[in-house]
Write a protein that binds this ligand. Structure first.
Ligand code: PLP
Length: 391
């Protein structure tokens, strides 16, 4: 396949973009250069656009079935080819979004008031969704790695109903190893804790990283379980509204489908999103590999920049396109830094405290963008830091 151009800047203004057009909602000011929520500034693969244009030209947008062999086959083949995991096609169910699946599975696998255990810092929607569904989120801090003995004690003492895994982990970028997964499976089995694995970040990883989907461990799990994921993160198509879950147990799956179709009247899939998902999985793996290599380059650039300009040691994570930068060695206050970045440098970089425990004094910097934007953003960050250090 020919080389994909990830360098050219795409103007995202005027697309109702949450990141660009609505940056003021999060940062209080408009027209900031955003490195915020996790979507990318790249165009989707050309093949996806072509498929969408063909469908748009045909002009047929009636109610559409997701339960077909092309959609489910694309997912089965993707897991087989990329992750060497055999997924049972019957386990696949469509869902409008990964976090919708999470909300529905929390209803199924736990009762109001029960505890949901997750590794922190964590994706902010975990915090919101768990609490909005009247469950109690227990955050187990893994900023400095997992203390397995302490985790064991937490399982034993806190009696969580659900363990919610982010695999790979947003924001830390950890790709859980086979050993990690074995330990989590054993803990969930031993303490009768259901497990939900959010694998939306599984596809963008550093060269050599291996991701271990929970689907590979389904047979070993004696508790309720599910993988929730989507092609939307890696191929940059979240606005197309298609995700899916893998729910191997037939009764759990029927309950999920009852909730989806009967309680929430979501039988019909967004047609364009389904076509795009099939195209991504069937034909865009090379695009994804080129994207991952480009993101590797962004990380290397950022690592060198932080070391050279700010004297910060930064370790490149195994997965995701999110940088997690510890600012504590800089000796400046996060509120001052945010104020300087937003008001003077006109740059929006997420404050790590959004991601719960362990996020204090970190920045989460979205690296899913052309190199020139990464350079610009890091320069603005450095200027803000220097201005505060020279005060
Ligand atoms: C870990 C994780 N899960 C889920 C999502 C969102 O998925 P969806 O839009 O399909 O709910 C994100 C987006 O940032 C994410 O980082």
């Amino acid at each position: 396949m020919e080389k994909v151009d990830f360098d050219t800047t795409v103007d995202r203004y005027g697309t109702y973009s949450t990141q660009w057009d609505y940056v003021k909602d999060r940062f209080g000011e408009a027209n900031l250069l955003p490195f915020t929520i996790s979507d990318m500034d790249f165009k989707a693969p050309q093949g996806v656009t072509d498929v969408l244009i063909r469908a748009a030209k045909k002009g047929v947008f009636g109610y559409t079935r997701w339960n077909n062999s092309e959609f489910k086959g694309a997912i089965v083949n993707w897991f087989k080819r990329r992750y060497q995991v055999n997924v049972d096609a019957d386990a696949i169910v469509y869902s409008p979004s990964v976090i919708f699946s999470l909300a529905k599975l929390l209803e199924q696998y736990s009762q109001p008031g029960q505890k949901v255990l997750t590794f922190s810092p964590c994706y902010d929607a975990f915090i919101n969704t768990v609490s909005a569904n009247n469950r109690l989120l227990l955050q187990f801090d893994v900023d400095d790695g997992v203390d397995w003995a302490a985790l064991h004690r937490t399982f034993a003492q806190e009696h969580p109903a659900v363990f919610l895994l982010c695999n790979p982990h947003n924001p830390l970028g950890i790709a859980w190893t086979d050993q990690d997964m074995q330990k989590l499976v054993a803990l969930c089995n031993a303490y009768h804790v259901a497990i939900i694995s959010d694998e939306i970040h599984m596809d963008v990883v550093r060269k050599g990283t291996k991701v271990h989907s929970l689907a590979a461990y389904f047979d070993q799990l004696t508790v309720q379980k599910a993988v929730i994921t989507s092609a939307s993160k890696a191929f940059n198509i979240p606005a197309l509204g298609v995700s899916y879950a893998l729910i191997p147990d037939v009764l759990d799956r029927e309950q999920f489908l009852y909730s989806l179709k009967k309680k929430n009247a979501l039988s019909s899939v967004p047609y364009l999103g389904m076509l795009a998902t099939i195209e991504c999985y069937d034909h865009q793996e090379d695009w994804l590999n080129q994207l991952s290599a480009y993101i590797d380059g962004n990380y290397a650039y950022m690592q060198k920049f932080l070391e050279d300009e700010l004297n910060l040691k930064y370790q490149i994570p195994a997965a995701t396109y999110l940088g997690w930068i510890d600012i504590s060695p800089l000796g400046i206050d996060m509120r001052d830094l945010q104020h300087e970045m937003v008001t003077k440098q006109k740059v929006a970089i997420m404050d790590g405290s959004v991601y719960g425990n362990g996020g204090h004094n970190y920045l989460r910097f979205n690296l899913g963008a052309p190199r020139s934007k990464i350079e610009d953003g890091l320069n603005r960050l450095a200027k803000a830091v220097h201005a505060l250090q020279n005060k």
